[in-house]
Ligand binder design. Structure first.
Ligand code: PHE
Length: 452
């Protein structure tokens, strides 16, 4: 690949990768998905398993994706094409980056709708509608939004326009500045709000739910949900981190950078849990409510808070920006490929992909109201996409990408890339990926699918 193209795209400082990757990882997955999946899967046992999945599956796979991206400095599709031309891997492997790109595409179709909900709440927060809101008021507000497809369409379109404009620029520019400000502010905001929620809410029940281990909650389906959520939350299994690794400076240790990203991601998720669950238990919201959980419980805290209008505005703005910095990484794979392979301007490539995602997104938002028909397994389009991407596509992508890295890419190629001070670190990661992460993912996925 032409060196000049690569060099233009390298992050200007090693730390920028950490910010960009954290920007991709931290998003609706932490604030919206983590609480509701935890709620549906019983709490404490799920959280412990989730942490294990982050460490034993998420982190090694993240390192594998980033290392491969940095080694080849190209987009995933061209990389595998190139490796197969050089007879390093069989041409059939080209299927893997395509699967990854399609997964990102499908995730974005519903992610954008949910991000649209966040913009709708930002609008309500700024116009003062959350001031003094009661629990019944919060439920009505959410149901009202779901029943208003035109409003959802408006915000979904606004969000997709933002995604297209941002991905249309080079991701190595601008993004890191946004994330550098966003992340600390988001963490401080979550800390403050979670503390307040623990004062006004039922903290005892929340902590008991989140941290108490119960054997009866452990099934393969729960473990599969934990793996799916860990992959979703770290943005691995669909080439996003591969694409970001391709822009990473050689001066940074991949293992160190990825460990920081995992730590930040978990911290934000736990804080979101500590914010939501005291409210859930104090206001008798159904813990199993599913995707509505965050949006029904959050407004209550702003309704109670002094200067709630201001805090609500800031919080939902942060949530939208966090969603944006994640969403752009979902399109990056195809946009980089169209740009590097066919020399299509990034903005045009982003527009092309954006229109396609937007169209499917319209069907997704209709599945909350006019078109709430069950398609397969008793799931509507949104539920199908949400579950199919997390429980099938991401784990499959992660397994295949890891097998490619662990068993087919020459070891020496990876070893040069890892830059850790001690060779034992490389060995530790390589063996974990080969002998723990891959077999564990295969067993969990197969057992989870057949419903053991
Ligand atoms: N990790 C992002 C989040 O938590 C979502 C995401 C999934 C981003 C897959 C890119 C790829 O919100």
């Amino acid at each position: 690949m032409p060196e000049s193209r690569c060099l233009q795209g390298i992050w200007s400082s090693p730390w920028i990768f950490i910010f960009a990757a954290s920007g991709s990882a931290v998003g609706l997955g932490n604030i919206w998905k983590f609480p509701y999946v935890l709620g549906q899967n019983g709490g404490g046992a799920f959280l412990t398993i989730y942490c294990l999945c982050l460490l034993l599956v998420g982190l090694p796979v993240l390192v594998a994706e980033v290392a491969l991206g940095r080694t080849v400095r190209s987009n995933p599709i061209d990389t595998v094409n190139d490796l197969s031309e050089r007879r390093v891997v069989h041409p059939a492997w080209v299927f893997v980056p395509w699967l990854a790109g399609i997964t990102g595409f499908l995730i974005l179709t519903f992610y954008s709708v949910i991000a649209g909900w966040s913009i709708a709440y930002l609008d309500r927060a700024v116009s003062g509608e959350l001031v003094g809101i009661t629990q019944a008021g919060a439920s009505n507000m959410f149901n009202g939004l779901l029943a208003a497809p035109t409003e959802m369409l408006l915000w979904h379109s606004v969000f997709m326009a933002l995604v297209v404009l941002t991905v249309g620029q080079s991701v190595t520019r601008g993004l890191s500045t946004i994330v550098r400000i966003l992340l600390p502010v988001l963490i401080v905001a979550l800390l403050l709000l979670a503390s307040y929620s623990m004062v006004i809410g039922n903290t005892h029940a929340a902590l008991d739910f989140m941290f108490r281990w119960a054997w009866q909650d452990v099934t393969f389906e729960v473990v599969l949900s934990a793996v799916g959520l860990a992959l979703f939350s770290l943005s691995v299994g669909m080439g996003a981190m591969f694409a970001y690794g391709a822009y990473m400076s050689k001066r940074m240790s991949i293992a160190r950078a990825c460990s920081i990203v995992v730590g930040v991601d978990l911290l934000v998720a736990i804080l979101a849990g500590l914010l939501i669950f005291p409210l859930v238990f104090s206001f008798q919201i159904d813990v199993q409510a599913g995707p509505s959980l965050t949006f029904v419980s959050l407004p209550i805290i702003f309704g109670h808070l002094l200067a709630g209008q201001f805090f609500a505005g800031v919080f939902f703005l942060l949530m939208v920006v966090a969603a944006l910095t994640s969403a752009i990484s979902m399109l990056e794979l195809f946009v980089a490929w169209l740009h590097e392979r066919f020399y299509i301007a990034r903005l045009n490539a982003a527009l092309l992909m954006g229109v396609a995602v937007w169209s499917v997104g319209v069907a997704v938002l209709l599945s909350f109201n006019h078109w709430d028909s069950k398609l397969v397994f008793g799931l509507n389009l949104f539920e199908l996409l949400d579950q199919f991407t997390s429980l099938v596509l991401l784990p499959m992508g992660a397994i295949l990408l890891s097998v490619l890295v662990a068993w087919f890419i020459p070891r020496s190629m990876l070893q040069n890339e890892m830059i850790t001070k001690r060779a034992s670190h490389f060995q530790w990661w390589y063996n974990t990926l080969k002998y723990i992460s891959i077999p564990a993912m295969i067993v969990i996925v197969v057992a989870g699918w057949i419903g053991v």
